[in-house]
Design a protein around this ligand. Structure first.
Ligand SMILES: Cc1cc2nc3c(=O)[nH]c(=O)nc-3n(C[C@H](O)[C@H](O)[C@H](O)COP(=O)(O)OP(=O)(O)OC[C@H]3O[C@@H](n4cnc5c(N)ncnc54)[C@H](O)[C@@H]3O)c2cc1C
Length: 364
């Protein structure tokens, strides 16, 4: 009898879990408050930067590395299976500093990452100009992160779902209010509907709080941290990722430039994602600083990042129950989506995730 799986949340993590699970079973139902064509706010806001894998031996770095490495073949498979080019490129990233203080910060940052086994090359102003001719001239320090990659999160989200759907996965719009753990696990909808499955996977991102509490789990382990980004039509272009002062600027497949992201204080449960004029001005300032010119805003998106305690996502199984958790991916949910989907699919179907998930337990 094939395993039936119910995925609560159709953001990038839920869709990646659905995609990898669909290689083993067609009995998959994704349930989300929004219809399938409406991408989740963090998916829309995300820049798709897959940045600076290190060779460090700790489990989180290993997980990043595995996920980063899955992208090239995943992108090729998705284009073959769905016809959607997810815009994956091994574009590299240039990090720039424009004054003494920024240079000191950049040197410290590079040193910390190099100690963890990241590889970077220092660049001269001429090398920066050759790579990114539209950047304002003469950074006081600059380096190249050759292992930085990029993907388009919106195309990725559509492609993952399309791949899963082709293999039989279904999608239902609805809001889960809790679970029933007697016998086979079941999700309880606000409409009163009860949906039973062999395995339930909770992928509710920054909205996981109430559902974790319903399961008797420490719910404050994942909180909601807003972030915003802009897409701009500009006369200038960038060829790859540009990092500056904690911000990133990336080219998009549509020929715009995406810039982000703001880092805003954690908000309480139930506060929706929003955009603000203050963030728009802040992000336009980044573009003007780096390109010496503004642009026309074609999209301004805000999303809630699922911020975990202790900096690690929650990827776990509730003891003695077939309820799995995949949330808390914070600023690297796009990066970690393939490894999360792959590990959960193996765990549910084969009984072993195939990768060390012990640091990602909910009780930390
Ligand atoms: C501005 C910004 C820039 C970012 N840039 C990057 C980047 O460059 N690289 C990177 O790797 N990551 C980036 N991220 C982070 C990344 O976008 C997130 O980590 C990731 O999208 C989280 O995906 P998720 O599926 O866990 O959550 P979500 O996308 O929030 O999906 C959760 C889904 O669950 C549904 N849901 C919740 N509760 C219920 C319920 N009770 N019943 C039914 N459905 C429910 C919601 O409707 C939603 O669709 C960025 C985030 C932001 C905000």
């Amino acid at each position: 009898m094939p395993i039936s799986c119910l995925i609560v949340g159709g953001g990038l993590i839920g869709r990646s879990v659905a995609y990898y699970l669909s290689r083993f079973t067609s009995h998959i139902l994704v349930i989300d408050e929004d219809p399938v064509e409406v991408l989740s706010p963090p998916t829309r806001a995300s820049l798709g930067v897959l940045t600076r894998p290190t060779t460090s031996l700790d489990a989180l770095s290993h997980f990043y590395r595995v996920s980063h490495a899955l992208y090239q073949s995943l992108a090729a498979e998705l284009v073959q299976e769905t016809g959607i080019d997810v815009g994956w490129t091994a574009c590299g990233g240039v990090e720039v500093a424009y004054d003494d203080q920024e240079s000191t910060t950049l040197h410290d940052h590079v040193q910390r990452l190099q100690q963890r086994g990241a590889y970077c090359q220092w660049l001269t102003s001429e090398q920066v100009a050759a790579r990114e001719p539209d950047l304002v001239s003469a950074p006081s320090a600059a380096c190249l992160w050759p292992a930085d990659h990029q993907v388009d999160p919106q195309r990725l989200s559509r492609a993952l779902w399309s791949g899963a759907e082709q293999r039989g996965a279904r999608y239902q719009t609805g809001c889960v209010r809790g679970f029933d753990m007697a016998g086979n696990p079941a999700a309880l909808l606000t409409t009163g509907e009860r949906l039973e499955a062999d395995a339930i996977i909770l992928c509710a991102g920054a909205h996981s709080h109430g559902l974790l509490a319903d399961l008797g789990l420490p719910s404050s382990v994942v909180r909601a941290a807003p972030g915003q980004s802009l897409r701009l039509q500009t006369s200038a272009t960038v060829s790859g990722i540009v990092h500056w002062a904690g911000y990133h600027m990336v080219p998009t497949p549509e020929g715009t430039i995406a810039v982000g992201a703001t880092n805003e204080p954690v908000v309480g449960e139930g506060i929706p994602a929003a955009t603000s004029e203050e963030a728009r001005v802040q992000l336009m300032g980044v573009v003007e600083r780096l390109l010496g010119t503004g642009g026309t805003v074609v999209a301004h998106e805000g999303g809630l990042r699922p911020k975990p305690r202790r900096g690690r996502p929650v990827i776990d199984r509730i003891a003695d129950a077939d309820i799995f958790l995949a949330t808390g991916h914070y600023k690297n949910g796009v990066l970690m989506a393939p490894a999360t989907g792959q590990a959960l699919a193996r765990w549910i179907v084969e009984g072993e995730p195939g990768i060390d998930l012990s640091p990602f337990r909910i009780r930390r």
